[in-house]
Design a protein around this ligand. Sequence first.
Ligand SMILES: [Zn+2]
Length: 390
Amino acid sequence: MWAALAAVGRDPDTGGYRRGGWTPTEREATHWFLDQCATRNLTVESDGIGNLVAWWGPSDAAGVVTGSHLDSVIDGGAFDGPLGVVSALAAVDLLRAEGFEPSVPIGVGAFVEEEGSRFGMPCLGSRVAAGVLPASRALALKDRSGVSLAAALETAGTDPAGVGPSPLLERMGTFVELHVEQGRGLTAPVGVASSIWPHGRYRFTFGGEANHAGTTLMEDRHDPMLTYAMTALAANKQARLAGARATFGRLSVEPNGTNAVPSQVTAWLDARAADDATLESLLAAITKQATERAERDGTTLEVVPESVSPVVDFPAGLRDRLVDVLDGAPVLPTGAGHDAGVFSAAGIPTAMLFVRNPTGISHSPAEYAEMDDCLAGVDALAAVLKDLAK
Ligand SMILES: [Zn+2]
């Protein structure tokens, strides 16, 4: 399975994956998934936005759902997402080979546009499914080319009218997502998640005055790039002081000419912290410094939150049950967002398994996990599914 999926959406120049939601490469990965489900005689159910759950089991009652996502960030790694889907299918194979017969259905899920790399909204599929993102707002989201989600769905042959809260969740009695760990915090092959840090994406718009790079005196400028530059430094410093994370990873400059003072800089801040209060004070501190700098530069600043997800503490009872099944696997929090966080916040008993990442690198072509650790992840997931579906 891993070898078959490896080439899908991989950029030959960067070695990274480009599987934005509803792009041809992401659709190819989805068709691969559907083929795998058909081979295993799993019954696939889809919801309006295109989330998929493939069922193995004795009835159409609620059951245990596992799985993850097949889309990627721009130039992402091979493991973030697909490892959870492949491991889920492999765990089903393992349980069947053992002759295990589940007393409740086991579902293998693939959830769309988890990374938000195309439409800017992380966990887009699960947020819509859980009803926390209204269909009207989701369908109006636009990608960088100005294509709306509604138009992208139509191109993919999906009727946008069906987008909304998902009946798939009614059968999700428990959700367990296996995922590659995205930092260096896990030293054992497999661990169990305690929580997901709160996470915000904020759009900073710095307005100034376009002018000639050669004739405009330095003291006559209203240069939004300076305000932005200082803000990026302030974000880094404030995050370090708070033990948090702050990243400006995306920038748009108008008019984007080498010989022109910019008229506008738009920058997106990704900020995360261990708790909601720390995230709020981090954003306040960065905004305060940016505002002060804008006054000195004679520029303007507008800060708009595009998405803010509060902390997710996975239920302790289910987490401890997984730890017991896995003979005392280590427990750790993560700074990365997941569909599991959305489902947990929606009230579905949810847990996560992490597979060790030896370098901690993720959202990069260099993302890596040892095959032995991945296989240990399959064993762990199979043991957990067996326990929850016995
Ligand atoms: Zn992921």
